[in-house]
Design a protein around this ligand. Sequence first.
Ligand SMILES: [Zn+2]
Length: 138
Amino acid sequence: MTTRKEKKHTRDLHQQRESRIARLVEAGRIKSAAEIPEDALPAALELQTPQGTWSPPLFYRDISFHCKDCGKHEVWSATQQRWYYEIAKGPVQATAKRCGACRKKHKEETLRQRELLRLHREKKAAGKTMGTKEKMRK
Ligand SMILES: [Zn+2]
């Protein structure tokens, strides 16, 4: 059974698609709605973060890829891409490279490395100050 709310949601999505396509045509990015595949989500370029001369994605469509760390097959869905580029403001040239588990692991590792680097810099800075004092004493 379809509730009234679900019907409204489908209608909203359809309207959103229409208005996004209209904006792409207006911007001269596409000539007609036929250039956006039926199973793809049209992009809102004004919400993306432009990266120099890199061509922005005009629509989002499920992408399947293999995780660069563990080789697992994953799908980066059209809705995830829209969220990444338009809400999280990810750079337009970036694409998914890791599966969920490896992405989490990689993020934790990056944070750990950054923390180690910070501690290292602090130690070095403290060492320098001490060194100057030593010289002054002589
Ligand atoms: Zn993985």
